[in-house]
Write a protein that binds this ligand. Structure first.
Ligand code: CP
Ligand code: NVA
Length: 310
């Protein structure tokens, strides 16, 4: 039997998502109440990271410690995935030592290859295609702030990247309206749009190149970097192409008065978002970042407590 993986939010049933949100609530309140739950005692998570990270790395590590387990961080220098040895051999070997692998990498195929060859759960901790842990936290945070997801409008301004894809996919699954404004050529790609149509016929993303139109009446404005990790050579071109797509106070003023401003972080202040907005009264970016810890505890419990296979 294959273990349960989290490669994309499409891997989760609606029941799984509901359980994750409920468990995250429990995790958050027990931590606030000083209650210790050592439900992952004796378990170890390998953090195989080929790219930089603050939130994902630290929240997974702290989540494991607080639940009585531990983690091992393996950077590119440590194992040189795919060069020093194949992804398959890394997956087969780690499966003998640890209980789960969180993998942050470039090509999405690497996550698929790791999962295919692993006897333990593999969590996509960000690939060039998806960032499922971020999207789960984002929808959890919106629900926490608004009390419900019903009837909400999420507007993304910027690049149709890994964060945008996962957010669009989870919004569609949970019945939340998602629209995105991107410059020509930077919107959600055809392959993704075809994929999402197979999963759902309703709540498909609305695409536009006009940020003003997209944020009108929005409950949430979301943005992310214009230059994702691995795209650094395109920095100057992207900065030129994304001119006019900065989330500033004038844009926020077009949304609902109590609009939630979100960003997965790291932010490039005064590029995709002004400091005024990031630090302003509508911004919930640090609550959003905190929730990575609670939601990932729930993800770990869901995947790890179903037992080690193979
Ligand atoms: N949002 C997020 O994944 O942050 P890190 O890249 O710092 O992990
Ligand atoms: N889109 C960004 C997200 C960072 C958390 C990147 O991939 O670099």
């Amino acid at each position: 039997m294959q273990p349960k993986h989290l490669i994309t939010v499409a891997d989760l049933s609606l029941n799984d998502i509901d359980s994750i949100f409920k468990m995250a609530n429990e995790m958050k309140s027990s931590l606030a109440g000083g209650k210790v739950t050592r439900s992952l005692e004796g378990k170890t998570l390998a953090l195989v990271f080929e790219k930089s990270s603050l939130r994902t790395r630290v929240s997974f590590d702290v989540a494991m410690r607080q639940l009585g387990g531990g983690s091992i961080y393996l950077s590119r220098q440590d194992i040189d995935l795919g060069h020093r040895e194949s992804v398959r051999d890394v997956a087969m070997t780690l499966s003998r030592y640890v209980d789960a692998i969180a993998l942050r990498t470039f090509a999405h195929e690497t996550v698929l290859e790791m999962a295919k060859n692993s006897c333990i759960p593999v969590i996509n901790a960000l690939s060039d295609r998806y960032h499922p842990c971020q999207a789960l936290t984002d929808l959890y945070t919106i629900k926490e702030k608004r009390g419900t997801l019903k009837g909400l409008k999420v507007s993304f301004v910027g690049d149709g990247n890994n964060v945008a894809r996962s957010l669009a996919l989870l919004c569609a699954r949970l019945g939340v309206a998602f629209s995105i404004a991107s410059p020509n050529g930077y919107g959600l790609d055809k392959e993704f749009l075809d994929e999402i149509k197979v999963l759902t016929k309703v709540n498909l993303p609305t695409l536009s190149d006009d940020p003003k139109k997209v944020v009108k009446g929005a409950d949430v404005i979301y943005t992310d970097t214009w230059v994702s990790m691995g795209q650094e050579v395109e920095t100057e071109k992207r900065r030129r192409d994304f001119k006019g797509y900065c989330v500033d106070a004038a844009l926020v003023a077009l949304a609902k008065k109590d609009v939630l401003v979100m960003h997965c972080l790291p932010a490039h202040r005064d590029e995709e978002i002004t400091s005024e907005v990031l630090d302003g009264p509508n911004s919930i970016v640090y609550d959003q970042a905190e929730n990575r810890l609670h939601v990932q505890k729930a993800v770990l419990k869901l995947l790890l407590l179903s037992g080690k296979q193979g």
